[in-house]
Design a protein around this ligand. Structure first.
Ligand SMILES: Nc1ncnc2c1ncn2[C@@H]1O[C@H](COP(=O)(O)OP(=O)(O)O)[C@@H](O)[C@H]1O
Ligand SMILES: [Mg+2]
Length: 256
């Protein structure tokens, strides 16, 4: 699988993406969790204490005269970077961070360059990719999720979230065009919430994730969804989402 979670900030992308990655990994799949949000929420959902551990900037050196500005250090390739710098989390998910916004600008840019090169060259026969994008439309439209062939759009039943989601539906037409855009209705409380999301977006909702008091309590304590409420409604819905996406890929494989 190569999926990327998009949606407005606060809609629940990181919480769902991290749980998705662990559920998939528990099925025996190798999972690389790709965090490109400079304000990362993904480690929490993975159950990782990581705050800020970008790829060190010495993974990158200046490019040759007249060539690209930067290249990966000699001897470093995507597989080596993952082995060395991706953080190993619960259920054996590997977490690769883009780098946050503090520090010297050149340090940040080099770490982000290393991250992008790694994602471009990752061995997708080996790794499932589960990405978490920054909130909103800008980075998504610019192709920050272009490693993915399936975008998962997380929308809350609020008008602001839906406004952002409507714009993100245009991702299907973006240059990097994910083949599939699925809609997840999150923080659903009322019987008609999912229906409202679906009619506002003029698309069916793939999975409904209820608002969960247990997940909120876990958030306050800093405990990941899968650890605080493994059999509750939130995790059940994410399992259904993993099933759905797995079904899409299965279908593709079987096509003549
Ligand atoms: N279904 C849910 N039920 C309860 N709280 C949720 C649910 N989904 C997300 N949250 C909470 O909403 C907040 C924002 O979620 P987060 O995943 O960080 O959003 P994003 O990554 O889209 O900015 C977090 O406090 C998270 O714990
Ligand atoms: Mg987030």
């Amino acid at each position: 699988m190569k999926v990327a979670f998009v949606g407005k900030g606060g809609s629940g992308k990181s919480t769902i993406a991290g749980t998705f990655a662990r559920v998939l990994a528990r099925r025996g799949e190798a999972v690389l969790a790709l965090d490109s949000d400079p304000l990362p929420g993904l480690p929490y959902a993975l159950g990782l204490p990581v705050d800020d551990r970008p790829i060190p900037d010495d993974a990158v050196v200046a490019g040759p005269e007249g060539g690209p500005r930067w290249v990966l250090s000699p001897g470093l390739d995507p597989a080596t970077i993952i082995e060395r710098y991706a953080v190993l989390g619960p259920d054996d998910v590997r977490y690769l961070q883009f780098g946050n916004t503090s520090g010297h600008i050149s340090t940040i840019q080099r770490a982000q360059f290393a991250w992008s090169e790694t994602v471009k060259g990752v061995d997708t026969d080996r790794w499932n990719l589960v990405g978490d994008l920054p909130g909103g439309t800008r980075q998504a439209m610019l192709g920050w999720g272009s490693y993915a062939d399936c975008a998962i759009l997380v929308a809350e039943p609020t008008s602001k979230s839906l406004h952002s989601a409507r714009r993100l539906l245009r991702l299907s037409d973006a240059d990097w065009g994910p083949t599939t855009v699925l809609i997840v209705a999150n923080k659903v409380r009322h019987a008609d919430d999912a229906e409202r999301i679906s009619s506002r977006l003029e698309r069916p909702v793939t999975i409904v994730v209820p608002m969960s008091a247990e997940i909120m309590a876990g958030d306050r304590l800093g405990v990941a969804p899968l650890d605080v409420d493994p059999d509750g409604s939130f995790v059940e819905s994410v399992r259904a989402l993993v099933d759905h996406v797995a079904g899409l890929y299965h279908h593709v494989e079987e096509a003549p």
